[in-house]
Design a protein around this ligand. Structure first.
Ligand SMILES: Cc1ncc(COP(=O)(O)O)c(C=O)c1O
Length: 454
């Protein structure tokens, strides 16, 4: 997720104003909690992005279970945001909740591997297809560690990412293309070092630009989501990944696929489903059912190069890892998630229901003769305001309508349907029901009617 300040609606100002008022009328307790929390939390929230939802005040949650959330005012929501993917397998999935309860009295963290370690390693290898693994607490951390390893083993300085990418709070990736030049993203606070000097950026789906960026042999690693999911959903064109993978191999660049969001594709993630052979895979958020946990996997050949790089380095801190990574509680949750959540059965439910939702949205778009489309990646989809799916971040930018997105988000929220803020992303979980999908479609129908009338 990337946080942007939502723009006020220019598309339907009176509807936007009435929706803002409706939110305020419906949520007196959230408003009071917000005022109270402001005393000791910056912006009244534990993480400042939480304030960036398009609602006029922050929605405080009381509880969440499966695909449903109850807010502080006791209102129930069908949740298609799902913690922006952390809860992709549903909120508090029972096997993970039980594993956490059981482990919680037997040691949370000891800076030692727990007895589950070997089994969790086997499960990771079986689920995602790479033989070697390490753990971190967040996907941001895992990506940072992957970049360190990649630069250490290749002895190359440069990182390559796609325009519009988001890989978490990773300095090297928080850069933009401006008139063909890579520049550090101006909104990033407290920047001292010019990370842009070590980052190259090319448009997604552009093999010629990719080859040009790789061809001087200075790029340690291409860090990429298999589909862009954070600037908007942008799917790879047919043949793009096999060709991109071959280019990485030709120029000795490691291919690191960040599957944190593309786990929605199918069981084992995009690379598994599409038969890609990355050097590294990164996953966080939902990988252990929503408990803070991330993993990164790599090939045996790369593991050997990592051992050599570590051995060749002077004694001391590697700059890789944090104290709580791989703790006993997380391992217990990860084991439960790998055996009971990352299953073909769960994905069969998610994908079938997501297909129905996408189809329902398309039918309504067509009925209202709108120039919009729905782009889908397995259990994840996005409503986009152009007649064809974008091919890269620039096309997303050209088609984007932040005011309309904010209005739709708020309208849905006011009627018990949560979408991902900022770009109307929808995610279906194993706990999502046909009734949730119907509820969303009914509210979408009402939205289109009201938008037309405004
Ligand atoms: C593809 C991808 N990678 C990494 C991250 C970072 O995850 P976290 O914020 O949990 O560190 C995100 C966050 O949205 C993401 O979308």
């Amino acid at each position: 997720m990337t946080a942007n300040q939502p723009a006020p609606s220019l598309a339907a100002p009176s509807l936007f104003a009435s929706e803002r008022q409706r939110f305020l009328d419906l949520h007196p307790r959230s408003l009071a909690l917000g005022r109270d929390a402001t005393q000791h939390f910056l912006y009244g929230v534990p993480l400042h992005w939480m304030r960036d939802w398009p609602s006029p005040a922050c929605l405080f949650m009381q509880s969440a279970q499966g695909a449903h959330l109850i807010c502080a005012d006791g209102l129930a929501y069908s949740d298609f945001c799902l913690g922006d993917t952390g809860a992709m397998f549903g909120h508090s999935p029972t096997p993970v909740a039980q594993a956490i309860v059981q482990q919680a009295t037997q040691g949370l963290t000891c800076m030692l591997p727990s007895t589950r370690t070997a089994e969790v390693g086997r499960l990771l290898a079986a689920t995602f297809g790479l033989p070697q693994w390490q753990m971190a607490l967040t996907a941001s951390d895992a990506n940072r560690f992957v970049l360190r390893w990649a630069r250490a083993v290749t002895q190359r300085p440069q990182l390559l990412v796609f325009e519009g990418c988001y890989h978490g709070a990773v300095d090297d990736t928080l850069a933009d293309l401006q008139d063909g030049q890579v520049v550090a993203r101006p909104s990033v606070l407290g920047q001292v070092h010019n990370h842009a000097a070590f980052t190259r950026i090319v448009p997604f789906n552009d093999l010629a630009a990719l080859e040009a960026a790789l061809s001087d042999g200075q790029v340690a690693c291409l860090l990429a989501e298999p589909a862009l999911t954070n600037c908007g959903l942008v799917l790879p064109e047919p043949g793009f990944w096999p060709a991109a993978q071959a280019l990485c191999q030709r120029y000795g660049t490691l291919l690191a696929l960040d599957e944190t969001h593309t786990l929605s594709t199918g069981c084992g993630g995009y690379a598994r489903v599409h038969g890609l052979a990355p050097d590294l895979l990164i996953m966080g958020k939902a990988v252990a059912g929503g408990l803070p946990c991330a993993v990164y996997g790599f090939t045996d050949a790369l593991a050997e190069r990592m051992r050599q790089a570590k051995q060749a380095a002077p004694e001391g801190h590697s700059g890789i890892g944090t104290t709580l990574a791989g703790n006993a509680l997380t391992l217990a949750a990860l084991q439960a998630a790998l055996t009971r959540l990352h299953t073909p059965g769960n994905y069969a439910h998610m994908l079938a229901l997501a297909d129905r939702l996408a189809q329902g949205l398309r039918e309504r778009i067509q009925a209202h003769k709108l120039d919009w489309c729905v782009t889908q990646l397995g259990a994840r989809m996005e409503l986009q305001y152009g007649s064809t799916a974008p091919r890269n971040a620039q096309e997303v930018l050209q088609a984007s309508q932040p005011a309309l997105e904010a209005l739709l988000h708020l309208y849905m929220l006011n009627r018990g349907v949560l979408l991902t803020p900022f770009h109307n992303m929808l995610l279906v979980s194993p706990a999502t029901t046909q009734a949730d999908v119907q509820r969303l479609l009914d509210v979408f129908d009402a939205f289109l009617r009201d938008l037309n009338a405004d």
